[in-house]
Each structure stands twice: as structure tokens, then as C-alpha cells.
Design a protein around this ligand. Structure first.
Ligand code: ZN
Length: 363
């Protein structure tokens, strides 16, 4: 029997060797991609690792992705390792292979941040950077409150006042949208989409081309945390309902599938998400991507931690007592302590992977 909580790790440094040895023990072919622009808090090198299972020309490919939002890899890594240790690869149906992607944003995982080494929200970075960026007037209105000069009771009270006034006018969901739908104007802010494709963006595109170009069907599950009821995994189809993959995802996951644009999701409508890369790089394949979003704490608690972490890296001292306290809070908001949450994560992941495999193999 696999001990599920032990599949999860307290740090990137713990998770990486655990993933690699679980993948090797399951017979996977490992590849590693070094991030040339960043290192971890203890000077460690940062790698994105992939493990591949099944025939080189398998027509159906299951793809699991951990760590699009750095710190959320505590969850995705644990689920991937649970899948590897519980015999997932040996139970793959005929004609189906798997590509397990660990720490797509290793900097964010190692530093307990959502963002990449360039302060970019990877899940807002896959827009066309040669075109005008989507506007976010709401963010412009509250940007100063998002990143105050200092992190004190007074500045927190002032930020709450500004946010409450905004929510009064636009509703709580309007405030969440202004903060989290993505912005391209404030490189020192939160949910910044960047102004060029970041390393993780370029690397995942190369991986897609090298590992998946022979597949006809690709089913992707991208692991996230921080929205929704504690421990529940919401299956989000973030593409527009008009997209070709939407009805396929609906057929695979049924009424469990939610849609930000359809108003059934806890997530704001976002653009430039990471999984958009796959249909772009694999024009001849049927790509069916979803995100699985596990709830942790309330939206204000989670967004408060994200703002504090951003302030810490822009204006604070990561190594101070305050820095350590804010980091501990950040980790808890995206990776709650204790066995229950982890067991709920794996139960839902196991179920969802089963549905994806059924969908991939459907006639
Ligand atoms: Zn996320």
C-alpha cells in the first residue's frame, strides 16, 4: 500500500529526487531541463523534469503537469508521485502512453511563489506578445494598494479599505477579476503576464514538440491549488466554450467540468494560459486540456498571501523573521498541512486520471 501523505514533499529539494526515483522505479524515461536563469534559496540548481511511459509512437498520451504556479507544485508533485508509486504507468491501456511533467516552474516551487523567476504568472504568459495585451482597468485602479510601500497593520488596513470600496462598486467577483484575471502593465505587481515568453513557456513548447508530436490524442491535467472548498478538486475547462476541445472535455468529465466563461467556475476568466501551448504546438492532434483546482482557504486569505509574497520580493527581505513568517503563510495557503488534504487531493486526482484515460481510449 502506498502511503499517500508521504508522496508529498515539504520543499522542491525534497520533491525532485523523490519524483525522479519514483519515475525510474516505474520504468519511465527521464529527461531534465535546467533553468539557466535562476537557482533555489540554498543555491540549488533548478530543473524541470519529465518522465515518459509507453511506446514512442503511442497514439494516445496522458499528460500530467505540476507547478505551473510554482508553490502549487507541492500538490501536483504529490499527486504525480502517488500515481507513479501506485502503479499508474503499468495500468496504462494499450496504445496509451504518459508524459509526467514535474516542476514546470521550478523557481516558484523552490521559492514558495506562484510566479516565475521574472515575476511572471506563467498561466497568463501564453498570449501573443506581438499583439496588444488584454486590458485590465480594474488592476490599474487598485495597483498601488496591491503593492504598498511597507507591510504593516496600517498599510493592510488601507489596502482593505481600497479593496472594499472597489468591491462595493463591482462586487466581490469583480474585485477577484481585477486582481487575478491577469495584467500586463505592472511588472512588480501580482498576476503579471510578462512582456515576452518566459523560460518555462519556451521550454514547455519544446517538450510538447519533442515528446508529443506523434500523438493523435493528448489529454492534459494541469494541477493547481488555492480556489474553492477545502480539498475539493474542481475540474476547470479554461478554454472558451466555442473552442473545439470544449465539447470533448465535457464528454470526458461530464457535469463535473466547470467553465469560467460559462460562469460555473470559482476562477475568473483568464487569458494566455499555459495549456494553450499544446494545441498551438500540436496542430494535428486532438488536445483536451483541463486544470484541476484544489481548494485550500478563502479567496481573501489566498490573495492576501500572494500580495504579501509579492511585497516581500519587491520591497522586503526574504531572509528576515517577517520574511520567514510570510513564506510559511504562503506555503500553508497553497499546501495545507496535515494528511487529510493530501489524501483528498490524491483521491480526486486518481478519479480524474481515470476519466482522462477513458476519454483518450474512447472510439
Ligand atoms: Zn494555479
Amino acid at each position: 500500500m502506498v502511503s499517500v501523505p508521504e508522496c508529498f514533499s515539504e520543499s522542491y529539494a525534497e520533491a525532485r529526487p523523490k519524483f525522479c526515483s519514483a519515475a525510474a522505479a516505474a520504468g519511465g524515461a527521464l529527461r531534465s531541463w535546467l533553468n539557466p536563469k535562476a537557482h533555489g534559496p540554498n543555491g540549488e540548481a533548478l530543473y524541470l523534469d519529465t518522465a515518459r511511459f509507453g511506446a514512442d509512437d503511442a497514439p494516445n498520451m496522458l499528460v500530467l503537469i505540476a507547478g505551473t504556479h510554482g508553490v502549487e507544485a507541492h500538490c501536483g508533485s504529490g499527486a504525480e508521485i502517488a500515481w507513479l508509486r501506485s502503479g499508474g504507468p503499468s495500468k496504462l491501456p494499450k496504445d496509451t502512453g504518459a508524459l509526467v511533467i514535474h516542476a514546470i516552474n521550478p523557481y516558484g516551487f523552490a521559492w514558495t511563489r506562484r510566479v516565475t523567476e521574472d515575476n511572471v504568472d506563467l498561466n497568463r504568459n501564453f498570449v501573443d506578445h506581438d499583439k496588444p495585451y488584454p486590458k485590465n482597468d480594474g488592476y490599474l485602479a487598485i495597483a498601488d494598494a496591491v503593492l504598498p510601500q511597507d507591510w504593516s497593520e496600517a498599510s493592510k488596513t488601507e489596502t482593505e479599505r481600497v479593496f472594499a470600496a472597489y468591491a462595493q462598486k463591482h462586487g466581490a467577483y469583480g474585485l477577484q477579476g481585477a486582481l487575478s484575471s491577469g495584467q500586463y502593465t505592472h511588472p512588480d505587481g501580482i498576476f503579471f503576464g510578462g512582456n515576452t515568453p518566459t523560460w518555462s513557456n519556451r521550454t514547455i513548447r519544446a517538450i510538447a514538440r519533442q515528446e508529443l508530436s506523434r500523438a493523435r490524442r493528448v489529454g492534459i491535467i494541469d494541477f493547481h491549488t488555492g480556489l474553492g472548498p477545502f480539498g475539493h478538486g474542481e475540474l476547470i475547462c479554461a478554454v472558451t466554450p466555442a473552442a473545439k476541445s470544449f465539447p470533448r472535455a465535457k464528454a470526458w468529465y461530464g457535469d463535473e467540468l466547470t467553465s469560467p466563461e460559462g460562469g460555473t467556475s470559482t476562477s475568473a476568466v483568464v487569458v494566455g494560459i499555459m495549456t494553450d501551448a499544446f494545441p498551438q504546438e500540436l496542430p494535428d492532434a486532438e488536445v483536451t486540456p483541463i486544470a484541476i483546482e484544489y481548494g485550500t482557504y478563502s479567496v481573501p486569505e489566498v490573495l492576501g498571501a500572494v500580495r504579501a509574497d509579492n511585497w516581500l520580493h519587491q520591497r522586503g527581505d526574504v531572509r528576515s523573521t517577517q520574511g520567514r513568517e510570510l513564506k510559511a503563510d504562503m506555503k500553508e495557503r497553497f499546501f495545507p498541512a496535515g494528511d487529510k488534504w493530501r489524501e483528498m487531493v490524491w483521491a480526486r486526482a486518481d478519479q480524474t486520471i481515470g476519466w482522462a484515460l477513458k476519454g483518450l481510449g474512447a472510439p
